[in-house]
Design a protein around this ligand. Structure first.
Ligand code: HEM
Length: 454
């Protein structure tokens, strides 16, 4: 195929092409495009075209073989306003310096050494669910997991000073989320009164968040000596007061980037994991058996969490069907080709884990929930690029170990205490927001368990 040809793809209708369909439900729309046009497709979005690349071999071309011909897609203004120039959005030398510097804090060894306090904080948080178990009042799982993962990520990133601010940050972040422009809002401009109001509330919440982080920063040098947070690591070389004074904005960006990337993705993915555990009774039974046998009522340690093999497969399978980051994209820096098709400079290339995780060539009966897909013998020969919940290549998720470890920890601590069951009649449907969240939340009943056998 000569590289002068564009790949096939849908045109949609009218001036906006496929944009309305894409905004309505990007996951389903992109799935249909891949089904109709194959591993690479060009989609008419009205004013511009985007490519969907869903075939693993071609994903490798974009993320690994030709990684230097792309940059991150940072066109989404609101994300940049919240997290700024941290590791997720930075490019070139700034990114390289941030990533290299942070890497030692993300190794399995470094993260395992934090498990003890993470587990204590999470246990204390989950013990409070007893009130819900006693009152019979359902919990809103997504809300609860956001609080919990904010607490864990906040202390890990910003240190102990975060704990006293956790409720304030949660309230502020909630305002940011409620006023986040929806995909369908973007077509109308700020002259629309509802959007104008949302934009003002969004900015107001963001100023409160900044104030909170700057206050924490100003107090930090006093408590730094005993602290465990990433912030201590960031300020270790030199005079902390001077470093903070000279690099306020950059430190704020790095902290908020790690905080936001860590908590929201993990909270949503935990929600889906608890959903599938409840939905499939045989999965629930096996998980509770494994946690009962391996942990009983003992505190989780890295060694014990390492033995929760079935639980880990359930988390992985839940990340396959419900990747909290359902898609990510890159922008071409120059004219080149993918799979023999022409890719012009500035083209946005979308990679959808939602779509690739459902390709029947790689995932037999893809909609079926089957944790044993991750058994060693069944995973042999499957392309590494067919499973991309944490992306791949040099800009892959630096926190993937942390995400799986925290998910295992929380599932284990819950299984030691409670049984969760979806409120009958509660509708569960994925929605594309900043993560792929349950559109109507996730209401669950909590029942306390008699202590698990050791
Ligand atoms: C289930 C949970 C998580 C999922 C599904 C997830 C997924 C992803 C994905 C798909 C990317 C690539 C985005 C892109 O290329 O545009 C990414 C990047 C990133 N993630 Fe995660 N993530 C999770 C948890 C975490 C955690 C716990 C942290 C810890 C701080 C983290 C930190 C980051 C950072 C800093 C980046 C940017 C890396 C870079 O560009 O060098 N993530 N994540």
């Amino acid at each position: 195929m000569p590289a002068s040809t564009f790949p096939p793809g849908p045109d949609g209708t009218g001036k906006l092409g496929c944009l309305p369909e894409m905004r309505q439900n990007p996951m389903k729309f992109l799935e249909k495009v891949a089904h109709d046009y194959g591993g690479i497709a060009r989609i008419n979005m009205g004013a511009y075209y985007s490519y969907l690349v869903s075939e693993p071999k071609l994903i490798k071309e974009v993320l690994v073989d030709h990684y230097d011909q792309y940059k991150k897609n940072t066109r989404y203004k609101q994300v940049r306003m919240v997290i700024g120039e941290g590791m997720l959005l930075s490019e070139g030398e700034v990114w390289k310096q941030q990533r290299t510097f942070a890497q030692p804090k993300f190794t399995a060894k470094a993260l395992d050494s934090q498990l003890c306090w993470l587990s204590a904080l999470a246990s204390e948080f989950l013990d409070n669910w007893k009130n819900h178990a006693e009152s019979g009042k359902a919990i809103e799982l997504e809300f609860q997991f956001n609080l919990l993962t904010q607490l864990l990520a906040g202390v890990w990133v910003m240190g102990a000073g975060f704990q006293q601010r956790a409720h304030t940050v949660a309230a502020i972040y909630n305002k940011i989320r409620m006023n986040w422009p929806e995909m369908t809002d973007l077509k109308s401009n700020l002259l629309n009164l509802k959007n104008l109001r949302k934009a003002l509330y969004f900015r107001h919440a963001l100023s409160s968040l900044n104030r909170c982080v700057y206050e924490l920063l100003d107090e930090y040098p006093e408590i730094m000596r005993e602290d465990i947070g990433f912030l201590r690591y960031l300020l270790a070389e030199g005079d902390p007061k001077k470093l903070i004074r000279q690099n306020r904005r950059s430190i704020r960006d790095q902290l908020l980037t790690l905080f936001v990337t860590a908590f929201e993705t993990t909270a949503t993915s935990l929600c889906w994991t608890l959903y599938v555990i409840d939905k499939y009774p045989e999965v629930k039974q096996k998980i509770y058996e494994e946690i009962g046998t391996v942990l009983g009522q003992h505190d989780p340690t890295p060694e014990l969490l390492g033995k929760l093999e079935y639980t880990e497969k359930v988390i992985k399978e839940s990340l396959r069907l419900y990747s909290s980051v359902h898609s990510f994209s890159r922008v071409a820096l120059e004219d080149h080709s993918i799979g023999g098709y022409k890719v012009p400079k500035d083209m946005t290339v979308i990679i959808s884990s939602y779509v690739t995780h459902r390709l029947a060539e790689y995932w037999e009966d893809p909609e079926r929930f089957d944790p044993h897909r991750f058994d060693k013998d069944r995973a042999v020969g499957r392309s590494r690029f067919a499973y991309i919940p944490f992306a791949a290549g040099h800009r892959n998720c630096i926190g993937s170990y942390m995400a799986v470890m925290q998910s295992k920890l929380v599932v284990a601590l819950i299984a030691q205490r409670y049984d969760l069951s979806l409120v009958p009649g509660h509708v569960v449907e994925p929605q594309a927001a900043t993560t792929m969240r349950p559109k109507y939340g996730m209401k669950m009943h909590v029942s306390s368990l008699p202590a698990l056998a050791a």
